[in-house]
Design a protein. Structure first.
Length: 329
């Protein structure tokens, strides 16, 4: 499997980002996992956990499971991994949701008990997440955080390929079975290939242009208005109208985008008072010339750049979640 974005870390416990989560899901195993219907099922565990006491969950593990370096993923590995996750000295970014964990007990080589500080009814939900990946203890105990962040040892295959064309070529050549983040201009190649098929889904992500209009201090507290060019509303409106969003969707996204209504989620987000762009994308492009900006901000070299979207007209890409896979026929 290959994705188009590099993760910032390869440590499954030290992130809060989708690229790293995608990789961790396909490189590491957890005690439990969700099936295609999002129902929690056993993974490294042979069955769902047993509640021994209000604050004690018992897991029975599968025998014979090993990591890439040959270390067994047994009860000792489970104890090491979950206690590493919540170790306050390590300050791992993925630790917060697992704060209720007190300690982990090894009952026998294939039985582990997770003790919590108080009754925690969603423990089974959390240990199905990739933050609770089970790691080979010897390797992760001996290597420093910087090393394991770039040199992971897991138990499942995953291959990051940032270049779009290389990723598609690898799929065509049979080097990988699944690829994600396929750009629109390459989607047709996948869709028309006799041994591949393309799966698309609407993305929940929208892309927007945010104008920097207010200053914040070192403590992230509002410090006052920003005195730059975009402080002038006419500049913002001109930038909005300089973009033909429908043409971007048609030509850049190959028709695989949806223009969505602006949803203002922040009191500091700039509003353009429902400028609908009905007069044409460049109707207000001359606004900076009348805005009183310094001459250096008006010349061709320093005009506000053309952009792909704006705060008042956002779009999302159904193809963002495209996941072409190799077929069997």
């Amino acid at each position: 499997m290959a994705q188009g974005v590099d993760p910032t870390t390869l440590d499954p416990m030290n992130h809060q980002e989708t690229p790293a989560a995608n990789l961790a899901r396909n490189m590491f195993d957890t005690l439990l996992e969700r099936d295609e219907n999002l129902v929690i099922q056993p993974a490294l565990a042979v069955a769902l956990p047993r509640l021994v006491a209000p604050t004690v969950w018992e897991f029975k593990l599968r025998p014979g499971v090993k990591s890439h370096n040959g270390e067994p993923l047994d009860a000792a590995a489970g104890k090491f991994s979950l206690e590493r996750l919540v170790d306050p000295k390590l300050k791992l970014r993925g630790a917060t949701p697992f704060a209720p964990i007190s300690h982990v007990e090894v009952v026998d080589p294939l039985t582990v008990r997770i003790h919590t500080k108080a009754p925690w009814p969603i423990l089974d939900t959390l240990v199905a997440e990739n933050g609770a990946s089970i790691l080979p203890p010897k390797y992760y105990r001996e290597k420093d955080p910087a090393h394991v962040a770039r040199n992971p040892v897991g138990s499942d295959p995953f291959k990051p390929i940032p270049d779009d064309a290389v990723r598609v070529a690898a799929l065509q050549n049979g080097e990988i079975d699944i690829a994600v983040n396929i750009p629109p201009h390459l989607a047709a190649i996948i869709a028309n290939h006799p041994r591949l098929f393309l799966s698309t889904a609407a993305s929940v992500r929208t892309i927007q242009l945010l104008y920097y209009t207010h200053q914040f201090d070192a403590q992230h507290k509002l410090g006052g208005p920003y005195a730059g060019p975009v402080a002038d509303r006419r500049v913002r409106v001109a930038m909005n109208h300089a973009v033909d969003v429908d043409e971007v969707i048609r030509s850049v996204l190959d028709g695989r985008g949806i223009r969505v209504h602006h949803a203002d989620r922040s009191p500091l987000r700039v509003r353009s008072q429902a400028q609908s762009n009905q007069a044409g994308p460049c109707a207000h492009a001359a606004a900076p010339l009348r805005s009183g900006l310094p001459e250096r901000a008006r010349d061709g070299a320093q005009r506000p750049p053309r952009v792909a979207t704006c705060a008042t007209r956002r779009w999302r890409r159904p193809s963002r979640g495209s996941s072409p896979r190799r077929g069997s026929g």
